[in-house]
Each structure stands twice: as C-alpha cells, then as structure tokens.
Design a protein around this ligand. Structure first.
Ligand code: F6R
Length: 608
C-alpha cells in the first residue's frame, strides 16, 4: 500500500527520497512523486507508472535542496493519474503534502472548501487536507496542520512541508504507520522501517494523534492539544542485507530460501530441550493470568489467518484449549462473546493490518487479554497488545508472505508447548516436540535442494488454468495457503479445500484439465486422503502429490510426486508449505509475471 518518505538534513534530499521510494516499491504502487525544498522554493515532480518514470523526470529537472517529501501511491480514491499522485498542493502552491490512509468525510469538507473558493485538481480524498491546512495557515505550519486534523475523520499518516515556513517537516499520525529515523542532525521519515534501514537504525514511531515538528534543531512531539510529549527512540535490529535481494532474482525467492535460517531465528533462545519446555520472554510476565485462560480466539487476515487455523488444531490437540479462528474483517463487526477467561491472539506480519488493528482495539475496549504474534518490531499491533511474541525474522519484502508464514507456524507450536506443558502435555511429549523443532532448519534445507525439480514441474503444469489444493487436518490450512500463493503470484485460479469436503461439490469440476495438488503424508489421515485422491484419479484429474519420503504406493494414483522428509504430523505444515511456495513462484516466473510486484496487491493492508 502507499509509501511515504521524507528527509531533512545536510545532504541533497532528492537522492535520499528516491532511494527510499525504491525501497518502498515492494509495498505495491501505481504512481509516485516528490517535492524538494530549497530556501523559499519547493519543486514538485509526479509521474504515473514505475519509479523509473519519475527518475526520467528528475533527470531533466534539477531538484536542489535539503528537505523534502516523497510518496508511492496505490489508488483508492480516484484513478491512476498524475493529478491524483502525491504530493498534493494547495491553491497557492505553498504547502505540499503526502498522505497514507483514508479521509472519510472528504466529500463534505471538499464541498465546503470549494464554496470558500478553493480550487481542486485531483479526485483524491487527500487533497482536502492540504486545502484545509492552507485555510488555517498563518505562517506556522504545525498550527495549521493541527487545526486541519481536528476537522478530519478517518485515518492518516501525513507528512507536510511549506514554502512559507521553510526547512521544517510536520508529521502526524492516526491509524496509519509512520516513523522518524535519526542520524545526528539528519532526519528521515518513512511509513515503513525497511525504507530507511540503509540510512539509520535509530527510530521513533509516532503514536495516534501525535504531531512531530522536524527542523535542523531537532524534533518536537506534541499531541493535538499542543502538549509536549517525550518519545522513546528504538533501535532496529534489521540489517541492510536483509532488505536487499542478495543475488537472488526476486525477494520472494530470497525469502523462500532464507527459511532454514528464519525458522532458526524464531526458535533461538526459546526451546529448552532438557526440560521439554519453551521460554517465551513476552509471555513470562503474564504467566499467572494465562493459567486462568480457558478459551482462545485467534484473529488475523489472509495467510496469517491460515497460520491461525493450524494453531487451532495444535492448541486443541496438545494444549487442550478450545480455540476458534476468525477473520479480523468479520470479527470486528460481530458481537463476539468474550469473557475474562478468554484471550484473543492477533497474528500479523506487518503489525499494521487495518482490520486486525481495529479488531484488537475493540477487544481491548472490552477489557479482554490480548496477545500478538508480530514480525515488525514497534508496529501498532505489537505496541497495543498486552503481551506477545516477535517472529525475529527480519523484514519480509516479498508481497506474498513466505518466511513470515513458516515463522508464524513455528511460534504457534511454541505457544502450544507453553500452554500445553502448563496443562496436559507430558514431559516426554514436550521433549519430543523440542527435538523435532530443532530438526526443522536442516529438513527445510533438504526440501529447498529440490528446487530444480519443482521448477520443472512448474513448466509441466503451467498449461493449466485452474487448480485444486487438497489436504486434511493440519494440511487443510496448508491447502488454503498453497492455493492463495498460486492466485497471488501466478494469477491462476486455485481453490484450497478440505480433502474430505471435496466430494460435497468441487468434485464436479474435476476432469483432465483440472489438476489437483494433493497433500498426502503418512499421518493420521493418510488412508482417508488417499481415498479422496482416488476419486480424482477416477475422473481423470491430473494429480501432483506432496508425500512422505519412501511412500511408493502414492505413485499408483498420482502423476507427479514431491517427496518430503518425515516429521511429527503437527509440524509438517512448516515444511510442506515450502514446495508450494516454490511451485507458485516458478509458475509465476514462467508465465512472465513480476512476482515481487503482484498486480493489485499491497504488502501491508492499512486500509479497510
Ligand atoms: C498473502 C499475504 C496476505 C497477508 C495479510 C495479512 O501472501 O501476505 O494475505 O497475510 O494481508 O497481513 P499481516 O500478516 O501483515 O497482518
């Protein structure tokens, strides 16, 4: 989704802003722009399409000056045009502004401003903000911004500059992330920490209703009542390599290949094999409260929701905790039955997904214990949950999640052990889990070594337009996630289904042109899943199976097999998603798509 960048310091602003915009590309965008200030002059350039188009404009228009703002836009209100791209400016071309979020009452504000003589040039909701600031501007930018914010309903991360209040950047936030990086007397503002990691690791996150005034003398934080705030500086643990492709053609492939290491990172320091227990620093303080919990609700979106479904099987089977999984976008508008014996666990890679965040706030309002599994340190969900566990896997840049998904599954196993060992799980079972968790990275390496084989299978299967993914029990959510990967990356229609449910309808689709990806390991539902695949074979449906190493029988009913090493049934999804990620990746690449910038998708969905 849209990306923001800003800079104020000693250096030329344009190259720093441009680099930041390029680092934000992965979030998805359709146009971009920047404004650079030099003494009392601000120059603005905007263009539709890839950032290279903006670079071409910059090449023929000198952009001198050491403060400025930039933006990558992902259209919500108004078509993809140069006028609708950010920055937006007022009638006098004095104030320049970039914005992430949605202004809900913009129509009403726009009508009023037009009556007062303001001239609008775009169809965006954002433009009303800059005209409101113009209306209130009397030489001091932050005062005008605060007055404007008091009239706005909606969400925003705003970064504003003004020709008539030069060498100053005003930043404001409500429900859309924004942070300021510090490097001596230089400041870089961004909507996403990965955009500035090459520049500094010292950052300050803004909270809702904060306003920051950045000048060469420092930053002053206030709330909307002008009360001065003291903010904490945090240190980013990510390094630059993690935010670069490191020799791989795509971030997606790099992150798939990183999984042995990211699984290790999520486990690091948390598993105590000799006692068969896990230590989760983030939950230690509330251990007593957790012992009273009798029910868990997991709330998330997209792939994080599918990870939650695996969590539901795990927590019920091994920790004996009744668990329910909900889409955040549904949960937030329902009247869920919550009580003091319920905890709600929010899963989010970005920690900024609008629906998940809104659901979290509603649960908090009702006084119920909230927990989080979040990757981005310091993100809104990580800050607002009562307690939680970080994934510790560095930035995930690929739009379609890969390493964050496997890490979420790992953490759900850790949470199950944490609850399970306090309740019904035996020492020996706890220890067996710990041992198998440690074996995951090496087994993941083994699967990744089959990359070429999977690439060849992608060549074979790329002629098909529709796919069915089938799995049972722990592998049912995996079928959903495998199908989602294919839709996102290869734009192929794919349905994930519970293998047993298939005969209640989808079987009607099966013929020789409708292949099935069958997830069929030698586990507690092996025989049942085999019967389901037999039904597909009878109807001439091609089958590509994911099976357990050494299973020769499976070849009798399937056309192609990807073999995976054996591991405990509930841990299998952590390994088995890897070939499905690779399959989607190679299908996307062989069909000629840019897998790092899948159409219509955004990395972090910060609007409803
Ligand atoms: C799919 C994908 C999305 C996200 C979803 C939630 O590949 O990446 O479905 O899982 O948008 O995002 P987070 O986890 O950041 O809340």
């Amino acid at each position: 989704m849209c990306g923001i960048i800003g800079y104020l310091g000693k250096q030329e602003a344009e190259p720093i802003i441009l680099e930041g915009l390029k680092r934000l590309e992965y979030r998805g965008y359709d146009s971009s722009g920047l404004s650079v200030g030099d003494k009392n002059k601000i120059t603005m350039l905007k263009s539709v399409g890839p950032i290279e188009n903006l670079e071409k404009l910059i090449a023929t228009n000198a952009l001198v000056g050491n403060w400025g703002i930039g933006h990558t836009r992902w259209a919500t209100h108004g078509a993809v045009t140069q006028e609708n791209a950010h920055p937006h400016t007022d009638c006098q071309k004095n104030i320049f502004l970039v914005h992430n979020g949605i202004i809900e009452n913009y129509q009403q504000l726009k009508e009023q401003l037009i009556k007062e003589g303001h001239r609008f040039v775009s169809e965006t909701d954002t433009e009303v903000i800059v005209h409101l600031i113009e209306k209130f501007f009397q030489g001091n930018l932050e005062k005008a911004v605060i007055q404007a914010l008091k009239l706005i309903k909606g969400t925003y991360a705003l970064v504003v500059i003004s020709r008539d209040d030069p060498e100053k950047i005003v930043v404001a936030k409500k429900s859309s992330p924004v942070l300021i990086g510090l490097n001596g007397n230089e400041y870089i503002i961004a909507s996403d920490p990965s955009a500035i990691v090459s520049y500094t690791k010292k950052i300050i996150y803004l909270d809702d209703d904060d306003v920051a005034v950045v000048t060469k003398n420092g930053i002053q934080f206030t709330n909307l009542n002008y009360e001065i705030l003291t903010k904490k500086t945090q240190t980013l643990e990510w390094n630059l390599n993690e935010a670069q492709k490191g020799g791989y053609p795509h971030f997606m492939l790099k992150e798939i290949m990183e999984q042995p290491q990211s699984i290790k990172n999520s486990l690091a320091g948390r598993v105590i094999e000799k006692d068969g227990i896990v230590k989760l620093g983030g939950l230690e303080n509330i251990k007593a409260r957790l012992q009273e919990i009798k029910r868990l609700i997991i709330v998330a979106c997209g792939s994080s929701y599918f990870a939650g479904l695996v969590g539901e099987y795990l927590l019920e089977e091994y920790a004996g905790i009744p668990t329910k999984v909900e889409y955040a976008s549904e949960f937030r508008y329902r009247q869920p039955v919550l009580d003091k014996e319920t905890a709600v666990l929010f899963i989010s890679q970005s920690g900024e997904t609008a629906d998940t965040l809104a659901a979290l706030r509603e649960v908090k309002r009702r006084g119920v214990l909230t927990l989080g599994i979040v990757n981005v340190v310091g993100s809104s969900i990580s800050r607002e949950t009562d307690a939680g566990i970080y994934n510790h896997i560095g930035p995930e840049i690929g739009v379609a999640t890969t390493k964050a998904f496997t890490s979420q599954l790992v953490i759900l196993v850790l949470i199950t052990l944490f609850f399970g060992r306090e309740r019904q799980m035996s020492f020996s079972l706890g220890q067996a889990f710990c041992q198998e968790l440690y074996s995951l990275p090496a087994l993941a390496e083994k699967i990744l070594a089959q990359r070429e084989n999977i690439e060849n299978l992608a060549q074979k299967y790329k002629k098909y337009h529709n796919f069915l993914y089938l799995g049972r029990k722990y592998n049912y959510p995996l079928a959903l996630e495998g199908a989602l990967k294919l839709k996102e990356i290869a734009y192929l229609h794919a349905e994930g289904y519970s293998a047993g449910e298939m005969k209640h309808g989808p079987i009607a689709l099966i013929d020789k042109n409708f292949p099935t990806v069958g997830i069929v390991f030698q586990d507690s539902v092996y025989k049942k899943t085999i019967s389901n695949l037999e039904e597909i074979k009878t109807r001439q449906g091609p089958i590509l199976a994911l099976a357990t190493e050494g299973d020769e029988e499976i070849k009798k009913i399937t056309h192609d097999v990807i073999y995976l090493p054996k591991i405990k049934e509930p841990l299998m999804p952590i390994l088995a998603i890897i070939p499905l990620q690779l399959l989607a990746y190679y299908l996307g690449v062989s069909l000629g798509y840019d897998v790092d910038k899948p159409r219509n998708l955004a990395k972090s969905v910060t609007v409803e």
